[in-house]
Design a protein around this ligand. Structure first.
Ligand SMILES: C[S@@+](CC[C@H](N)C(=O)[O-])C[C@H]1O[C@@H](n2cnc3c(N)ncnc32)[C@H](O)[C@@H]1O
Length: 279
């Protein structure tokens, strides 16, 4: 881990809001792993091997009449990521009920208290989509339900599902960092019913679940939805996030095609999290 090379990009954004918020969301989906807000915008870090020039083209597309993005970059060898994280990761509490924090934060007086080891996997609860998926899980009955958390990141959603009584739970991510970080977080939270699996939709063949949670992105979801739905038991529930309001028609059409019925929607800063049921 100590010799992973990261490229740090310093983005200047004007005006800061909503520019920084939109930029962080986009960079997260493009593969950047951590963000430090600065007075001028944000510094974002990506593993050198994940880098490709088309990412900056995507960022340029974000330039609009409302805000402008300039950037500079420097290559850094990251040796103590935790130090950065400790300086910048604030705990969050969702709906006064569920805290997501690092081990070095003080414990909250909440019904659910999730500890995320300070690494770089997506899923600290700060992103709108994670936040809304936590809200969906909090609102629904998970007791004794078998659950798949597809694209588990830190494993935060699988851990909350277990805290709500779900079992057994599979937490799947194709990224080795996320796989390792989820394993660590499952242990830190003393979760007993979660199996962490490194892989993509191909590992789902022949599996069955009562509830599937997938917070990934529009294109992966459209590509893999059929595989997820094939694993969903009759009367099962599918929660999807990682896309915007504008993407709902195409996601909903794909779900309807596979006999899923729309149930509910959460929305935050134009990101959405949908609930479907299988008849
Ligand atoms: C937006 S993050 C969500 C993380 C976490 N579930 C949350 O809600 O915060 C999406 C995760 O999906 C993983 N992912 C992306 N494409 C995938 C695929 N085809 N199969 C499995 N995991 C994938 C990424 O590595 C990333 O950890």
């Amino acid at each position: 881990m100590s010799n992973i090379i990261y490229i740090g990009y310093q983005f200047k954004v004007s005006p800061l809001q909503p520019g920084v918020e939109i930029l962080i969301a986009e960079l997260g989906y493009a593969g950047f792993e951590s963000f430090v807000e600065t007075e001028e915008g944000v510094t974002a870090y990506i593993q050198k091997e994940e880098w490709n020039d088309s990412i900056l083209e995507d960022v340029q597309i974000l330039n609009s009449e409302e805000f402008k993005i300039d950037y500079e970059f420097n290559e850094i060898e990251q040796t103590n990521w935790n130090e950065e994280w400790e300086k910048n990761f604030n705990p969050i509490v969702v709906d006064n009920v569920c805290a997501v924090r690092a081990p070095f934060h003080e414990k909250f007086d909440t019904e659910y208290d999730i500890i995320i080891e300070p690494k770089m996997s997506f899923g600290t609860g700060h992103h709108e989509t994670t936040h809304m998926m936590i809200q969906h899980i909090l609102k629904n009955d998970f007791a004794n339900k078998s659950v798949l958390d597809m694209g588990c990141g830190t494993g935060v959603l699988a851990i909350l599902a277990e805290m709500k009584g779900a079992k057994p739970i599979d937490a799947v991510d194709y990224d080795n960092w996320c796989y390792l970080n989820s394993l660590e977080n499952v242990e830190s939270n003393n979760a007993q019913h979660i199996t962490v699996i490194e892989g993509d939709a191909s590992v789902l063949l022949g599996k069955k679940y009562d509830i599937i949670i997938a917070n990934i992105n529009r294109n992966i979801l459209l590509n893999d939805l059929e595989n997820y739905i094939a694993c969903l038991n009759a009367n099962g529930t599918l929660f999807l996030s990682g896309f915007y309001n504008d993407d709902i028609p195409v996601i909903e059409a794909e779900c309807n095609k596979n006999e899923l019925e729309f149930q509910s929607k959460l929305e935050k800063n134009n990101w959405v999290a949908l609930e479907f049921n299988k008849s």
